[in-house]
Design a protein around this ligand. Structure first.
Ligand SMILES: Nc1nc2c(ncn2[C@@H]2O[C@H](COP(=O)(O)OP(=O)(O)OP(=O)(O)O)[C@@H](O)[C@H]2O)c(=O)[nH]1
Ligand SMILES: [Mg+2]
Length: 656
């Protein structure tokens, strides 16, 4: 269990921690000279046999709220210390508001300096506390009077903490490992040690991690050489614990780690500087600041300048998770734009402060750390946010899939919810989702929606055959149009996957770039059929380099002006394909042209289809290679970025 103190300056937080643990957490010379906490202090003690409790002692002075915030991001219980003589003071209120906005699960109030007041004042202070807590999530919190110098009241505090620790449920250790770094130092003989709170996932000795600092945008790759949980050597640490990691790696020299940095599993989602959040403004601060105001975001142990803008008038509906339960103030969805990226994940709690005025303004939780650049207030996007906001991951995914117009972006969902691949796969299976690979990552459809697309695909091909019996069948573009699918990446991926499934199941066949029902024979006039057979006999043995039209005409013994209209007719029906102005291919040869591009992309580390490599592989010469690659671009199999050709749609291309 991790406990943090809270409360006004000089009310007795550090003294209480020292009385409970024997550790003086005011270790800085300046702290000792001034008798005041400036930075976070850390201590741990076994309050009962085998029951280790970690303490984070925070400063109470209003100037150091920033330090206080770095310590309370992932605690199980807050120890609000209020001096009986003073009663609640400004930072009592501010710290309490922060604890509520961060949804700290438990609060114990210690009424300190009970030895300095008489019984009447003690009762009055108790009454003031009662009024302070009333109506909030901590209304039922226990209040214990304590006199630290005499030790009076301490056994009851200890007992309460032991009971809370025993009742504590381990946090789910789901997701990729994330640690919010709060300290980093060198230990003689061991090297670099980094400490912090584990916000999600699990880490074990030997794991490879990524250290993200503002100086190292790409992150440094490091190995966990050793680790400690609450001062004891351990093999692993998990969400809800604080730990110290001894790190090894050549890249450590490139930059120092420090408070606000992140240690992440190598497969963890990237950092982000755009957060879509559920926000709760504290009352009593006037109107929320406008979108140009620069506020300070506190998330994990990081403090980052941020601008905030409301996402329309949207608020999450009934389905939404609202764990904030703060005093009434305006609440709603908002977009935060950060000056520096953070490793935020769904559900992370944060605080917004006005750094100049030294005031806490708002708090909330992260709904989506990967919101789109544009359209952030569109109805579709708000439906996505409402889906993501559901606490249960399976329900959230179901709503996410249902909110998608065609197929849901499963990669986005997994990254937003910080799901590992194995966790995502279980959810996909439980929902019986059809998962489709696309250029933009995995897409998901409900099983019935997927079955519907497959059925409509076959109907569209049947309708094509009925309407155009002299044609091979439709190509992808015609099918997309027939099915009312747009040209989006998702539409292309769904169509290609549906065709591939139908082909694998024997319901469809591919012929070049077209599709047909198995056994479909285009009905041709006898003369056309005969000429086509003659063309086939000439084109087929020539493979990937068929004769140019002039040579084809000579070989057929036909004048060119007679051959060209025939070729045009065959082209319209998909029986021959014009790859270059003067060269026609058999449909099955076109499939070979695409297959060669696919093989090259698969063999190439970066997935490019280089013209020179294509020429060497096919042996069709430089000029025809250029024409073929241009044709493949037009056909949507490859894409030219001005320099190189790239395979579109992953390895599942229009010829599969
Ligand atoms: N008489 C009496 N004095 C106390 C008690 N608790 C703390 N003090 C005294 O109050 C002063 C401040 O105590 P600290 O524990 O440093 O207060 P703090 O809340 O940690 O202060 P900051 O960290 O600066 O916010 C010290 O001189 C303590 O000895 C108590 O229960 N009774
Ligand atoms: Mg202190």
């Amino acid at each position: 269990m991790i406990v943090a103190t809270a409360g006004h300056v000089d009310h007795g937080k550090t003294s209480l921690v020292r009385a409970l643990t024997g550790v003086d957490t005011d270790r800085l010379p300046e702290e000792q000279a001034r008798g005041m906490t400036i930075d976070l202090g850390f201590a741990h003690a076994a309050l009962a046999p085998g029951l280790a409790v970690g303490f984070i002692d925070v400063p109470g002075h209003e100037r150091f709220v920033r330090n206080m915030l770095a310590g309370v991001a992932a605690i199980d219980l807050a120890l609000l210390v209020v001096a009986a003589d003073d009663g609640p003071m400004p930072q009592t209120r501010e710290h309490l508001a922060i604890l509520q906005l961060l949804a700290v699960p438990r609060l114990l109030v210690v009424l300190s300096k009970a030895d300095r007041v008489d019984a009447a004042r003690l009762a009055q202070a108790g009454e003031e506390l009662h009024m302070l807590l009333a109506g909030g999530p901590f209304a039922a919190a226990t209040v214990l009077p304590v006199a630290t110098p005499t030790g009076s009241g301490l056994p009851a505090v200890r007992q309460h903490l032991v009971a809370a620790a025993q009742a504590l449920q381990a946090r789910p250790m789901a997701g990729h490992f994330r640690l919010a770094v709060d300290r980093s130092f060198l230990v003689a003989g061991a090297g670099r040690v980094v400490t912090g709170a584990v916000l999600s996932g699990r880490v074990a000795v030997g794991d490879m991690l990524r250290l993200q600092t503002p100086q190292m945008q790409q992150g440094a790759s490091l190995r966990v050489r050793g680790l400690q949980v609450q001062g004891l050597q351990a093999d692993a640490a998990q969400a809800g614990q604080r730990c110290a990691l001894n790190l090894a790696g050549a890249e450590l020299k490139r930059g120092e780690a420090g408070r606000g940095d992140w240690l992440l599993a190598e497969a963890a989602p990237p950092l982000t500087d755009r957060l879509d959040v559920q926000l709760q403004w504290l009352p009593g601060n006037g109107q929320p600041p406008g979108p140009r105001a620069m506020l300070q975001l506190h998330l994990g142990a990081a403090a980052v300048p941020a601008r905030v803008s409301a996402l329309g008038d949207a608020a999450l509906g009934d389905a939404a998770l609202d764990r904030s339960a703060t005093a009434p103030g305006r609440a709603g969805l908002a977009r935060l734009r950060l000056a520096r990226p953070v490793a935020a994940a769904w559900g992370d709690r944060f605080i917004l402060r006005d750094a100049a005025a030294n005031r806490t303004l708002a708090g909330g939780w992260v709904v989506d750390p990967f919101g789109p650049e544009r359209g952030s207030s569109q109805p579709l996007r708000l439906a996505q946010l409402a889906a993501l906001a559901r606490p249960d991951p399976a329900q959230a995914l179901a709503a996410w899939v249902d909110a998608a117009p065609l197929a849901a972006d499963l990669g986005h969902f997994a990254a937003a919810r910080n799901l590992r691949d194995d966790e995502a796969a279980v959810l996909h299976k439980d929902l019986a989702l059809q998962v489709i690979a696309s250029a933009a990552g995995p897409l998901g459809l409900r099983a019935d929606a997927w079955a519907g697309w497959q059925q409509r695909l076959l109907q569209a091909v049947d309708a094509w055959h009925a309407a155009q019996p002299d044609s091979v069948g439709p190509d992808d573009a015609a099918l997309r149009q027939a099915l009312g699918l747009g040209g989006t990446v998702a539409a292309q991926a769904v169509l290609r996957a549906a065709i591939a499934t139908a082909v694998a199941g024997g319901a469809l066949q591919r012929l070049g770039l077209r599709c047909c029902r198995p056994g479909h024979q285009p009905v041709l006039a006898a003369a056309d059929a005969a000429l086509l057979a003659q063309c086939g006999a000439l084109l087929q043995p020539a493979g990937l380099r068929p004769p140019i039209v002039g040579d084809l005409a000579s070989a057929l013994g036909l004048p060119l002006p007679e051959l060209l209209p025939f070729l045009g007719r065959m082209g319209a029906r998909g029986l021959l394909v014009q790859v270059a102005p003067n060269r026609w291919f058999l449909p099955e040869t076109v499939a070979d042209l695409a297959a060669a591009a696919r093989a090259l992309a698969a063999a190439h580390a970066d997935g490019a289809v280089d013209a020179a490599a294509y020429r060497d592989r096919t042996g069709i010469g430089r000029n025809l290679t250029v024409q073929v690659l241009e044709f493949l671009d037009r056909a949507g199999i490859t894409r030219f970025d001005g320099k190189r050709h790239w395979l579109r749609g992953g390895l599942l291309s229009a010829c599969d």
